[in-house]
Design a protein around this ligand. Structure first.
Ligand code: C2E
Ligand code: CA
Ligand code: CA
Ligand code: CA
Length: 278
C-alpha cells in the first residue's frame, strides 16, 4: 500500500483509514446483530404529574454487543438509518413494545391501561408498508390502537414528503396516537401543527433543564404548555431530574412527565417490579 503513490495518501490518510475500517466493522456487526437479535428494550415510565401515577411507558432500544457491551441508541441508530437496518430493528422494537405493553395491561385493571410510546425514524416513515407493519404489530399483540403512541421528531415532519402525511393519517385511522418528540428544538414554523394529526407534544429536555432557574426557559415552557392546551394536545415534559422542575411544571399544568427524577429507562424485569411489586 505504501507504494501506491502520494495522492492516495492525501485523500485517504491513516486516520481516515482507521475510522473507515471501524465504520465497516460496525456495519458488519450491526448486520449480525439484526440476525442474532442482539437488541433489548428499556422502558421509562411516563407519569401523570398531578397524581404521580404511571400513565405509560416509552420504549428505548439498546444494543447488547457481544464484545463491546451495551451500546446506547445514539451510537448506532445513525448507522442503522444510513444502511437501512433501522427498518428491521424498528419493526422489532415496535412488535416487542406492543407485546410487552399488552402483557402488562392484561395484569392491570381494564380501565387503566398503560400506553406505550415507540420512536420512529424518518427511514421507517419513508416506507409504504409502515401502516401495515403497525397494524400487524397491534393485531399480533392484542394491544388496542389507542394504547400505542408513535413518536416523531419535528424535523421529520417539517421535511416531509407528500406520502408521509398520508402514512401518518393511515396510522391515525388505525387509532394510534402521534407525538412530536423534542418539541421546540426544530427550526420549524408551528404551521405544521395545523396540518399534521398530532395528539401529544413532548417538551424537550433543554427547556425542562432550566425551567426552575432561567426565566426565559420557564416562559417558553409555559408557552408550549398553553399552546398544547389551546390545541387540545397532551403535553409531556422530558428529562425531569429534580423536585424543583417537577413543581414548576406541575404548577404550570403540564399533564405528563418523564425523567430520572421518577425513573431511568428500566429493564423489563425492573419495570415489572415497579408496576406490580416483586
Ligand atoms: P428520545 O426519544 O428523546 O429519548 C429520551 C432520551 O433521554 C433517552 O435516551 C432517555 O434515556 C434519556 N432520558 C430520559 N430521562 C432523562 C433525564 O432525566 N435526564 C437525562 N439526562 N436523560 C434522560 P436514550 O435511551 O439513550 O435514547 C436516545 C435517543 O435515541 C432517543 O431520544 C431517540 O431519539 C433514540 N432512540 C431510542 N430508542 C429508539 C428506537 O427504538 N428507534 C429510534 N428510531 N430511535 C430511538
Ligand atoms: Ca422519544
Ligand atoms: Ca425526546
Ligand atoms: Ca437547572
Amino acid at each position: 500500500a505504501k507504494k501506491q503513490g502520494k495522492d492516495q495518501f492525501t485523500v485517504f490518510d491513516p486516520v481516515m483509514r482507521e475510522s473507515f475500517q471501524k465504520h465497516l466493522e460496525m456495519e458488519a456487526d450491526l448486520r449480525r446483530a439484526v440476525l442474532r437479535h442482539e437488541f433489548q428494550l428499556r422502558f421509562q415510565p411516563i407519569v401523570r404529574l398531578r397524581t404521580g401515577e404511571i400513565s405509560g411507558l416509552e420504549a428505548l432500544v439498546r444494543w447488547q454487543h457481544p464484545e463491546r457491551g451495551m451500546i446506547p441508541p445514539l451510537d448506532f441508530i445513525p448507522l442503522a438509518e444510513e444502511t437501512g437496518m433501522i427498518v428491521p430493528i424498528g419493526e422489532w422494537v415496535l412488535r416487542e413494545a406492543c407485546r410487552q405493553a399488552a402483557g402488562w395491561n392484561a395484569q392491570r385493571p381494564a380501565d387503566a391501561p398503560l400506553t406505550v410510546s415507540v420512536n420512529l425514524s424518518a427511514v421507517q416513515l419513508d416506507r409504504a408498508d409502515l401502516p401495515d407493519v403497525v397494524s400487524s404489530a397491534l393485531e399480533e399483540s392484542g394491544l388496542p390502537a389507542h394504547c400505542l403512541v408513535i413518536e416523531l421528531t419535528e424535523s421529520l415532519i417539517v421535511d416531509h414528503r407528500p406520502e408521509t402525511l398520508r402514512r401518518l393519517h393511515a396510522m391515525k385511522a388505525l387509532g394510534v396516537r402521534l407525538a412530536i418528540d423534542d418539541f421546540g428544538t426544530g427550526y420549524s414554523s408551528l404551521a405544521y401543527l395545523r396540518r399534521f394529526p398530532v395528539d401529544i407534544i413532548k417538551i424537550d429536555k433543554s427547556f425542562v433543564d432550566d425551567v426552575g432557574d432561567e426565566p426565559a426557559a420557564a416562559a417558553l415552557t409555559h408557552g408550549i404548555i398553553q399552546l398544547g392546551q389551546a390545541l387540545q394536545l397532551s403535553t409531556i415534559a422530558e428529562g425531569i431530574e429534580d423536585a424543583g422542575q417537577l413543581s414548576e411544571l406541575a404548577g404550570g399544568n403540564c399533564e405528563l412527565g418523564q425523567g430520572y427524577y421518577f425513573a431511568e429507562p428500566l429493564t423489563t424485569e425492573a419495570m415489572q417490579d415497579l408496576l406490580f411489586g416483586k
